[in-house]
Design a protein around this ligand. Structure first.
Ligand SMILES: Cc1cc2nc3c(=O)[nH]c(=O)nc-3n(C[C@H](O)[C@H](O)[C@H](O)COP(=O)(O)OP(=O)(O)OC[C@H]3O[C@@H](n4cnc5c(N)ncnc54)[C@H](O)[C@@H]3O)c2cc1C
Length: 265
């Protein structure tokens, strides 16, 4: 790990100011991604700006439209929240399946979304749920937020404050976890909202998380797992690595989609 300065702030504008003033600063939330990156010397920030003292970034609440999850809400807090478990139980279940207890107690929603790891769970859940990511300066629809592998629509100095999640009629997420990391080899989130069926896939796509519109159209006509038998999942658009071939991942996408659908129903 290279040497860096550590800066603890108490307000969002303080964090953004510190980042702008830094030669090469980085926000620090749970550190579950950032610290391993630093240990492997894959990044060399001059300053880490610790967000954990910004009270308004924490908490889990609701308004008339749905849930409001603070950027610093940990995976364990989302999993255990009586509110989330009552309003969107499938989301609490998804959070409970992230990593291991240490990761769930440190890792945060905001960190997971900002990182947009192509094998992470939250991006698929938020895309399927048609969530809105609220930053210090604007609201970004999940459809516009995830722009590629580890890429988002966030500006370099933009801070995720909270995520608004409209309450769906149905929601479930299923993943085939890598046995070592618990990251998704393929994960599929299915939601039925007032606007229709939304299906989002993580872990498998060459370009990261994506909406599977062919499955959405099939399920809009026939909301049963069997309806997915007729939907091809092109292996050419799937990721291939030492953990699994593209054809295997394409197969997993259909299997996970059927499981998510069965759970949602
Ligand atoms: C062993 C292990 C297993 C894991 N398994 C899974 C898994 O099964 N599923 C899964 O989805 N994830 C998994 N993760 C990742 C974990 O969920 C992390 O929580 C997540 O990747 C990053 O969140 P963090 O709060 O730790 O962010 P950090 O590591 O602190 O930050 C990550 C990035 O986000 C930026 N950032 C953080 N907060 C904000 C904010 N509010 N606004 C703007 N930018 C911000 C940081 O600057 C940094 O670039 C695993 C991690 C580990 C180490």
């Amino acid at each position: 790990m290279y040497a860096f300065d550590y800066c603890r702030v108490a307000a969002a504008d303080e964090a953004i100011r510190a980042l702008r003033e830094a030669e090469d600063g980085s926000f620090l939330a749970g550190g579950m991604t950032l610290i391993p990156i630093l240990k492997q010397r894959l990044a060399r920030p001059t300053v880490l700006i610790d967000l954990s003292g910004i009270v308004v970034l924490g908490g889990i609440g609701e308004d008339e439209q749905g849930l409001i999850l603070g950027a610093l809400a940990t995976h364990a807090e989302v999993a255990a929240s009586p509110l989330v478990r009552r309003v969107i139980p499938g989301l609490a279940e998804m959070a409970a399946g992230i990593g291991d207890p240490q990761v769930r107690h440190r890792g945060t929603l905001g960190g997971s979304l900002a990182n947009n790891d192509p094998v992470a769970d939250y991006p698929a859940a938020m895309l399927a749920l048609d969530a809105t990511i609220r930053t210090d300066r604007r609201a970004i629809a999940a459809d516009d937020f995830f722009t590629g592998l580890f890429e988002t629509a966030l500006a370099p100095d933009e801070l995720i404050m909270a995520v608004h999640v409209p309450v769906p009629d149905l929601f479930a997420y299923r993943k085939f976890p890598n046995p070592a990391s618990r990251y998704a080899m393929a994960g599929v989130a299915v939601a039925v909202t007032g606007k229709g069926v939304r299906v989002a896939v993580t872990g498998a796509g060459l370009s990261g998380v994506f909406r599977m519109t062919a499955m959405e159209e099939a399920l809009a006509a026939d909301f049963r797992p069997e309806a997915l038998d007729a939907v091809p999942v092109p292996a050419g658009q799937m990721n291939e690595d030492l953990h699994g071939s593209a054809a295997y991942r394409a197969h997993l996408v259909t299997v996970m989609a059927k499981r998510a659908l069965a759970a949602a129903r």
